[in-house]
Every structure is written in C-alpha cells, then in structure tokens.
Design a protein around this ligand. Structure first.
Ligand SMILES: NC(=O)c1ccc[n+]([C@@H]2O[C@H](COP(=O)([O-])OP(=O)(O)OC[C@H]3O[C@@H](n4cnc5c(N)ncnc54)[C@H](O)[C@@H]3O)[C@@H](O)[C@H]2O)c1
Ligand SMILES: CC(C)(O)[C@@H](O)C(=O)O
Ligand SMILES: [Mg+2]
Ligand SMILES: [Mg+2]
Length: 356
C-alpha cells in the first residue's frame, strides 16, 4: 500500500506487493471466475487471469466470430467455454464484460444465476450508476465490485505479456460476504493491474465517460482534425499536414510526455517552439474549457448514458459503427496516415544482410 500526497490530497494506492501471487491464489482458491463477454476487456482480462493460474471460464455464445476467437485462444467448449447463462451459473465470481448496452439486454438472463455469496464484477460503473436506465439491480446477498483498467484491453494484455502493468480504478459497491475487498483486489492484480486506485462506481463512470469523449478520444481527434484542415486549406500537402499534426505527436512528442511529463517534452523542443507553446496553451484551454464543462454536464445528467444505450441497442448498431469508422479510415487525413505509417523505416522490409 502506497500513500501518495498530491498537493493537499492524500490517496492510497494498492500495489502488487500487497497481493503477492500466493495471497491471490489463496483468496481465489475456491473461486471459478466466469468472464461473460469476450470483447477487448473480456479477452485481455481472462487470458491474463488464466496465465496467472486463476480458474477461469468464458461465457460466449456459439456461432459468432468472437466464439471462434475464443477457440483460437484455447478456451475449450464444455470445459472452459460455455453459453453466457451456463458460465454465470458455474461461476462464483461473474465478470460482466459485455458492452454496456449488452449488459442491460442480458441482465434478465444473468440475474437468476447470481445466488447468495457470489460476486458480480464490472470494469465500469455504468450499469450500476445508471440502473434506472439499465435495470441492473443486483440482489443484496452478493458482492458487487469493480476493477476498471485505465486503458484499452489490448494494452492490458500487451503490458502483461511484456511484464508491465496498467493502472486501474477499483471500487466496492456492495460487500455481502465480508470478502468483497479481497476478492476485488486479488482479481485486480490477477488481471494485470500495476497499481489500483480506490474510487466509487459513480466517480469512475463520470470521469471515464468524460475522458473518452474528451481528451483521450473525442477532443484529441477534433483538435487534430481542425489543425489538419487549416493546414490543408492554406495549401500544405497531406503528408506535411499529417506529419505536423499526428505522426510527430505519436512518434516523438507524446512518448516524451509519457516518460517524464509535459515540461520534459517542452524542454526537448526548441526555444522557438517552447515560446509559442507557452503562449498558446492558455488560449486553447480557455477556448475549450466551456466545451469540457458542457461535456461533463452531459455525462453527469445521464444524457450520454441514454445516448449510448439507445444507439448501441439498435439491431444495426454494429453496421452503423463500421460505417462511421470506415468514413474516418477513408478520409484524406487517415489515408495520409496510412501512407505515412507505411513509410516508417520499421514498416519497410528489412535491408538485405551483408554477406559475411
Ligand atoms: N474496451 C476497453 O478497453 C475498456 C476499458 C475499460 C473498461 N471497459 C469496460 O469494460 C466492459 C467491456 O468493454 P469492451 O470494450 O470489452 O466491450 P465491447 O463494448 O467491445 O463489448 C463486448 C462484447 O459484448 C458483446 N455484446 C455487445 N452487445 C451485446 C448484446 N446486446 N448481447 C450480448 N452480447 C453483446 C459483443 O459481442 C462484444 O464482443 C464495458 O463495461 C466497458 O465500458 C472497456
Ligand atoms: C479504453 C477506454 C477509452 O479508457 C475505455 O474507457 C473504453 O470505454 O474503452
Ligand atoms: Mg470507457
Ligand atoms: Mg476508460
């Protein structure tokens, strides 16, 4: 357990040393963890737990490309791979990792299998916090816990394979057995978290929905697009506009921020760039802060959750999503991106080895 003081705020972070492998094994020794849903999180978390020696089964319906993926990953029908309802019946801990709209739809079929003493695990506060819309109201005699990795499930898996970790939030909503905290943290470590930061379901879902709509995904693309369009409208070539907007960000400057912070990235750029960036960052902050406030209110009021449930419950939601992603992929900016990425030396065939 690590105490972190940031300004006036003191926080406690749980580290792997608090839950070493023998403690995790002991806490989970009588548990069967049923992972319902094999999307990005379901896959990453279930494979990491399996590699960590946890007894894991997956609940995924037959006849989909996702089911084939389960088979490819070594899950065995009738042994470790079942229909979602059967997996929920067999599991003592049910990790509910369907899409948030899928959790609403499947709930009436999962709920009967949540018998006394089991644990229901989420990676998002969504279903519980917006229960008026999702109908997800767990029975009182089970534990309800959350471990929400702060990153893509793809990264959860990749970092695990590289011997690294990922930061996760965790929360206990309901402790019926007196073991909810231990179950939650043991799972948190087993799925590959590096550090676990305590929160509530409500704080998690509000910050998460704000972050992904904002700086992590929505805002960053909006800002990039605005700059790309201005450069193009003023006669700069696609490759110049893309390099100056995205390629340099992801390949050079953002890794420096990740390494040692914004000041470190600034320190590694020219005094000309530093002067300009120091003058302009407040202008961008002031221009966008009202938009972030509007976004926060839209999340906190439940409007964003309503929109997600409405859009992602439509029978054609996947086709619609694919159409919108295809439009992005086919736009000039991301066509330029595909070409610029293909020109990275590491994307080219390796040079012939010199004759020895
Ligand atoms: N994607 C991430 O990296 C990430 C990160 C942190 C937390 N989370 C949270 O983890 C949970 C799972 O997220 P995800 O991104 O892996 O899920 P997802 O949105 O990709 O969906 C997971 C699976 O659910 C299935 N599904 C969708 N709708 C369904 C329905 N109506 N009925 C049955 N199955 C349905 C799909 O086949 C899909 O493979 C969510 O609560 C999400 O908010 C996700
Ligand atoms: C990976 C994200 C964006 O952090 C997650 O919150 C999600 O919903 O996929
Ligand atoms: Mg999210
Ligand atoms: Mg997130």
């Amino acid at each position: 357990m690590k105490e972190i003081r940031i300004g006036d705020t003191v926080e406690v972070a749980i580290e792997r040393a608090d839950y070493p492998p023998e403690r995790v094994r002991d806490i989970l020794k009588d548990e069967v963890v049923a992972v319902i849903g094999y999307g990005v999180q379901g896959r990453g978390q279930s494979l990491n737990m399996r590699d960590n020696g946890v007894r894991v089964i997956v609940g995924q319906r037959k006849g989909s490309s996702t089911y084939d993926k389960c088979l490819e990953d070594g899950w065995k029908p009738g042994e470790t791979l079942f229909d979602p309802e059967e997996a929920a019946a067999r599991g003592t801990i049910v990790q509910y990792l369907l899409s948030d709209a899928g959790q609403k739809e499947m709930w009436p079929r999962i709920r009967p299998h949540l018998t006394a003493g089991k644990a229901l695990y989420f990676s998002h506060g969504f279903a519980i916090v917006f229960r008026d819309m999702t109908g997800v109201i767990p029975p009182p005699d089970i534990d309800v816990i959350m471990v929400a990795p702060k990153g893509s499930g793809t990264t959860v898996r990749r970092h695990f394979l590289e011997g690294r970790g990922i930061n996760s939030s965790f929360a206990i909503y309901q402790d019926a057995t007196g073991r909810a905290r231990d179950r939650c943290l043991a799972l948190g470590v087993a799925i590959g978290s590096g550090y676990l930061f305590e929160t509530t379901f409500e704080k998690e879902v509000i910050s998460d929905l704000t972050g992904e709509r904002g700086v992590l995904m929505g805002a960053i693309y909006g800002l990039w697009l605005a700059q790309y369009e201005v450069l193009r409208e003023h006669g700069h070539s696609p490759s110049e506009a893309f390099n100056e907007t995205v390629e340099e960000a992801t390949q050079s400057l953002y890794p420096l921020i990740g390494e040692r912070g914004m000041d470190w990235m600034y320190a590694n750029c020219s005094t000309t760039a530093q002067r300009g960036a120091l003058d302009w960052f407040r202008i961008f902050r002031d221009a966008t802060k009202p938009v972030f406030e509007r976004l926060y209110q839209s999340v906190a009021s439940g409007a964003e959750a309503r929109r997600v449930l409405e859009a992602n419950s439509r029978p054609d939601y996947r086709q619609q999503l694919e159409k919108e992603l295809k439009e992005i992929a086919e736009s000039e900016m991301w066509q330029a991106g595909a070409i610029v990425r293909s020109l990275r030396p590491e994307s080219q065939a390796p040079p012939p080895r010199p004759a020895s």
